[in-house]
Design a protein around this ligand. Sequence first.
Ligand SMILES: Cc1cc2nc3c(=O)[nH]c(=O)nc-3n(C[C@H](O)[C@H](O)[C@H](O)COP(=O)(O)OP(=O)(O)OC[C@H]3O[C@@H](n4cnc5c(N)ncnc54)[C@H](O)[C@@H]3O)c2cc1C
Ligand code: FES
Length: 291
Amino acid sequence: MSGAATWRQATARVSRQTPYGAGYLWLDLDLPRGFVVPAPGQFVQLLLPPSRTAALLPRPMSVAAVRRRGAGLTLGFLYAAVGTGTRALAALERGAAVEVLGPLGRGFPLDAPGAPVLVAGGRGVAPLLFLAEALAASGRRCTFLFGARTRAHLVGLAEARARLGRAGGRLQLCTEDGSRGERGTVMALMERLERRLPRPAVVHACGPHGMLRAIARWGLSRGVPCHLAMESVMACGTGVCRGCPLPRSPQAKAGFEGAAAPSLFGNRDYAMCCTEGPVFEAHDLDWDRIE
Ligand SMILES: Cc1cc2nc3c(=O)[nH]c(=O)nc-3n(C[C@H](O)[C@H](O)[C@H](O)COP(=O)(O)OP(=O)(O)OC[C@H]3O[C@@H](n4cnc5c(N)ncnc54)[C@H](O)[C@@H]3O)c2cc1C
Ligand code: FES
């Protein structure tokens, strides 16, 4: 576990803030020259000026889109305004300043062998839209399963259709109430489609931890590699505060022996979600101990 940190802090400007339905918004931030291009699955920490919010700490957000803009970058985010920080973010108008630290963490392994199957639950669609595009750019088409509670919660569906249309991927939908696509969870959809999934498959998923746990167990029992984008409450985003530990699996603990520890990546028992993740392979974590 090594690799030079490429993150830096920069002042970004809001260039777009658009309602996306079901309480979600799409945010575009213009970053200046020098900000390193994020990879799919990486995230940034967004810090608002104290005049805008009582939130002292930055809030982590997955990158959903990257566009080059002259010498700079525009990063897109799909987010829900759920609390102090994200509601303040939602109130920012065009031109407002946001401090951005990033890109942070380790993203999805783009070169993992196998036919990519992308599985999104609710707002977990954000980093997977970016991943689908990056895979397409390297000539790899994906199967994209997208599930949510209701049709209204399939946020970013138009965006997913447009991007997969360009990338040549196949989109399968489901909702728990049956209002769009198949009725049931995305895990049930995956099990039903199992025999029709491309082989050998490699799964990349993002969504609630319960969904990711089910996918991890599915993959571990079948020997299908699964890369899962996790979340944790984060303060620093860089491995320093030790606030985002995730329990390692017995297998991962055994493999950790002899490594120099603790480090910014965590210790033998816990991986830091912000540095070693947020994307983990299923066998890295102890799914019985993840909430
Ligand atoms: C790596 C990473 C990527 C993320 N990407 C996205 C994204 O693309 N879109 C998006 O909408 N959100 C994303 N989140 C979650 C987002 O950071 C939280 O919703 C946000 O921090 C909440 O801040 P707040 O001040 O609005 O809420 P708070 O007032 O701090 O909390 C409001 C509610 O949100 C819960 N909450 C706080 N932090 C998190 C968290 N990290 N994960 C889950 N629940 C949390 C709290 O327990 C509470 O119930 C991501 C989180 C991580 C760790
Ligand atoms: S957020 Fe500080 S160690 Fe992960």
